[in-house]
Design a protein around this ligand. Structure first.
Ligand SMILES: C[S@@+](CC[C@H](N)C(=O)[O-])C[C@H]1O[C@@H](n2cnc3c(N)ncnc32)[C@H](O)[C@@H]1O
Length: 175
């Protein structure tokens, strides 16, 4: 099934960036139906646990342009895999704290695309990332959302984010 949010090239880049750190635990902020989750679970063999985060169908997104992205059943494409755990958060990922999650080796941030949403998910992901891990963001360079402004702010704060992966809206940071 074609993913409406990531091109095939972008999905392949996410898979190879993840493979490069041999992650045991992966967290995806904004997993939607679970299409990228399913691909990573299939192609990154080191993964022992994959935590997908999304919102219930009645959730109102911060950016009105994201409303149509809210899935009817978050994570459903990955439910068959026993390593996949779905966290459906009533008020969105900004309500999550360090104690709700666990240490991880890779995080994919592709949820709330508002400036403060990206900053909040990024800070949480960084606090959970084990040494040797990676954070990947999608939508850097997408003019319809606020991801670029948020990443530029993190760069100004000294986060060692590498940008962009050519021909994609992906950027990443290794710790
Ligand atoms: C572009 S889609 C994600 C695509 C997915 N990462 C993939 O690769 O298939 C953005 C997702 O973020 C979710 N989302 C929007 N606001 C959110 C929030 N505040 N907390 C968690 N998820 C949110 C939406 O419901 C939507 O499923």
């Amino acid at each position: 099934m074609q993913n409406p949010y990531l091109s095939d090239k972008e999905t392949n880049v996410v898979v190879s960036l993840m493979r490069s750190v041999f992650p045991r635990v992966v967290i995806e902020f904004g997993c939607n139906k679970g299409l990228t989750s399913r691909r990573i679970l299939r192609d990154v063999s080191s993964v022992e646990r994959y935590i997908g985060i999304d919102v219930p169908p009645n959730f109102r997104t911060v950016l009105p342009g994201q409303q149509s992205e809210v899935p009817k059943v978050a994570g459903k494409e990955a439910f068959f895999d026993s390593r996949f755990f779905m966290l459906e958060i009533e008020n969105g990922s900004k309500d999550l704290t360090f104690d709700d999650l666990e240490f991880c080796d890779a995080a994919f941030i592709d949820g709330d695309h508002s400036f403060y949403g990206v900053i909040s998910d990024s800070e949480l992901a960084r606090s959970l990332l084990r040494p040797g891990g990676i954070i990947i963001w999608h939508d850097y360079g997408n003019p319809t959302v606020e991801v670029t402004k948020a990443i530029d702010c993190l760069l100004e704060r000294g986060w060692p984010i590498e940008r962009p992966v050519e021909g994609t809206w992906l950027v990443f940071m290794r710790i």
